[in-house]
Design a protein around this ligand. Structure first.
Ligand code: ADP
Ligand code: MG
Length: 292
């Protein structure tokens, strides 16, 4: 596009909270054939709240929540933050963790007092040989509702299940419908389980879901779509998403996201409204038409 057309176009977009890095990003937008959306914080608000607290017999609910919150105190993950907020709301006294380790894509491993506390998905429990059978049905039901369920193991024994519920952003479904109307494939990419991901995808009209993806594998998933011949936009908010944003033909950061995600992107949607992707594509098509 001519420098003038690009300047006018990107200026108009900026007024709508769509920050377009350069003319190349604008031109790339009209070549897209697939849009990949991160789930947590991109399709959803990314501020989940505790929806379920289910201790195994022998554990008191508040006692379990206090222990898990203490273990999650060092976590920057939305799941951890939701658990901490719930414990604070109940006015629980939290002991201090003496050790904290995030296990990317799986959960956390912490020491609180003399107890080893693991909180996370089935894979984390499997790696510690914790038997989750007692709470599998409850976990499945939460996931079918689109909630993220995490198991708790204390000293290698199952202690309970917690689930957090995130809400989809009000504009997500319309954005997906508009992208479909433009003839684009829309994919959800998430580290969450397939059942949870499929439930949330259903709420916004997405039928292509890549779930159970480790943070380190997100970029490879984008690359796989490119290898299939797609010109791919990746839209995400997290530190985890940066390599995938950089790998995509067009990286789109949602504005509530981390600085790392924004730095790795070509376009930033300041308010996080995914319909901005559609506006950017429309603008791209108009701008390129103008200069032809
Ligand atoms: P996403 O950003 O798509 O939600 P992540 O890779 O960050 O995916 O997380 C994948 C899964 O790992 C979560 O759905 C959750 O089950 C588990 N997990 C991650 N962090 C935590 C945490 N701090 N506490 C408990 N579970 C966690
Ligand atoms: Mg995310």
């Amino acid at each position: 596009a001519t420098p003038t057309a690009v300047m006018v176009g990107t200026g108009k977009a900026a007024e709508q909270g769509i920050l377009i890095g350069d003319g190349e990003a604008l031109e790339q937008a009209q070549r897209l054939t697939a849009v990949v959306l991160d789930k947590t914080g991109t399709i959803t608000t990314g501020r989940p709240s505790l929806a379920l607290l289910s201790p195994v017999p022998g554990w008191d609910a508040d006692e379990l929540l206090a222990l898990v919150a203490a273990a999650e105190a060092g976590s920057e993950h939305p799941v951890g933050e939701a658990i901490l907020a719930a414990a604070r709301d109940r006015g629980l006294d939290l002991p201090k963790a003496s050790h904290f380790e995030a296990v990317p894509g799986h959960g956390i491993d912490a020491t609180v007092g003399s107890q080893r506390v693991r909180v996370g998905n089935r894979a984390l429990m499997a790696s510690a040989a914790v038997d989750t059978a007692l709470l599998e049905t409850t976990a499945d039901a939460a996931a079918a509702d689109g909630q993220t369920a995490v198991f708790v193991a204390v000293d290698d024994a199952l202690a309970g299940l917690l689930a957090v519920a995130d809400t989809v952003r009000p504009e997500s479904a319309e954005a997906v419908a508009q992208l479909h109307a433009l003839g684009l494939e829309v994919w959800m990419l998430t580290g969450d389980t397939r059942a949870t991901a499929t439930a949330v995808a259903g709420q916004v009209g997405i039928d292509r879901v890549i779930a159970d993806v480790l943070p380190s594998q997100k970029a490879q998933q984008v690359q796989a779509l490119q290898a299939d011949g797609h010109v791919v936009a990746m839209c995400g908010d997290g530190i985890n998403d940066a390599p995938a944003l950089a790998q995509a033909d067009l990286g789109i950061a949602v504005g509530s996201g981390t600085d790392v995600a924004i730095a790795a992107s070509d376009i930033t949607l300041v308010g996080g409204d995914l319909r901005g992707i559609v506006s950017a594509i429309a603008l791209s098509r108009r701008t390129v038409t103008t200069i032809k």
